[in-house]
Design a protein around this ligand. Structure first.
Ligand SMILES: Cc1cc2nc3c(=O)[nH]c(=O)nc-3n(C[C@H](O)[C@H](O)[C@H](O)COP(=O)(O)O)c2cc1C
Length: 320
């Protein structure tokens, strides 16, 4: 038995698996190209990159695969418009926008004939997105890693959103196995988006200590922080999150106005970059709640094969 394909606008992936965009510099060309090459949708996270860096990542991914490569950019970043235009110019197959809502991006994508896929957390925003021309929506439940737009689990949010729009709906949050994929597809989703599971792969650009934190994570390590973006964020507990909990004021050393609106509680860009550079105690390690079910750091091709076999077994078919 074959997994269903995923079609979004004029783009089709062989497998209904989208690798979540992960900033800063966690999902770059090595991860996105490996996922695309294995049949899924590989996503380069544009937030926090210089426009030229994003262009180089897209070119590097293209040089490695003919598969589907998307770019994810957070609406909340100041460079949103510039980064979307670079992604369009460099031939991204899809644009995915999270952490905020932008009307303009629908126009830019329509003019470029590129499918636009917003990340939504409510029926209202899903319907609004469809009206503005979204080719699909990604529904992120509260279990997801990174910034959260809802306090509702994907299990209850997903069916309501599927019933409220007529475009493909992709479920995200807590998906780490083929059984999880089956559950989400059975609920009526056209595909899944998986973040944390792909952050803990060989091709992810997270440092080894960051990946190992997922493997070691226990229930009590999964925490929520309040991000200066104005949204809660799900992360792994470390000395930095404990400092935030203590309420101690964080000094912002060098503000480069990376966000359109910033709560200034701490510098999110600095903390995400620190973690990506290996300081997993002083930086911020975003993580989904399902990190507790991740026990290894496989290559993307091994992981994708495993996900397909698990899905086939769960679906009553023979393992590949
Ligand atoms: C380390 C990390 C960084 C993330 N960065 C982004 C981001 O830049 N933009 C975005 O829209 N979502 C981001 N996310 C969310 C993922 O794209 C994905 O939707 C989410 O991780 C799904 O939940 P899961 O981790 O349970 O699979 C991030 C998640 C993680 C774990």
């Amino acid at each position: 038995m074959e997994m269903p394909k995923l079609t979004i606008g004029n783009v089709t992936a062989r497998l209904p698996i989208v690798q979540g965009g992960m900033a800063v510099k966690i999902s770059l060309s090595p991860l996105a190209a490996a996922v695309a090459q294995a049949g899924g949708i590989g996503v380069i996270a544009g937030s926090g990159l210089e426009p030229e860096e994003l262009a180089n990542e897209l070119r590097a991914a293209r040089a490695q695969t003919d598969g589907v490569i998307a770019v994810n950019i957070m609406v909340a970043v100041s460079a949103f418009k510039e980064l979307v235009h670079v992604a369009i110019r460099e031939g991204a197959d899809l644009i995915i926008a999270g952490a905020g809502f932008s009307r303009d991006v629908f126009t830019w994508c329509r003019e470029a004939d590129i499918p636009m896929v917003p990340i939504v957390g409510s029926e209202r925003v899903a319907q609004l997105s469809e009206r503005f021309g979204a080719s699909a929506v990604i529904v992120e439940g509260v279990e997801a890693g990174g910034h959260l737009g809802t306090d509702e689990p994907m299990e209850t949010l997903l069916p309501r959103i599927i019933n409220s729009v007529n475009i493909p709906v992709i479920g995200a949050g807590g998906v780490v196995t083929g059984d999880d994929i089956k559950r989400v597809l059975d609920a009526g989703a056209a595909g899944v988006q998986m973040g944390t599971r792909f952050a803990a792969t060989k091709e992810s650009s997270a440092p080894e200590a960051f990946k190992q934190m997922y493997v070691d994570a226990k229930d009590e390590d999964i925490v929520l922080i309040q991000s200066p973006v104005g949204l809660p964020g799900r992360a792994l507990a470390n000395p930095f999150t404990r400092l935030l909990d203590s309420g101690e004021r964080q000094r912002i050393e060098r503000c480069v106005t990376c966000l359109k609106k910033c709560g200034k509680d701490f510098c999110i860009m600095d903390k995400l970059i620190r973690a990506q550079e290996g300081d997993v105690e002083g930086g911020l390690v975003f993580s989904g709640a399902a990190a507790t079910r991740i026990h290894d750091i496989p290559s993307v091709s091994d992981l994708m094969e495993r996900l397909v076999s698990e899905w086939q077994l769960a679906s009553g078919g023979a393992s590949a």
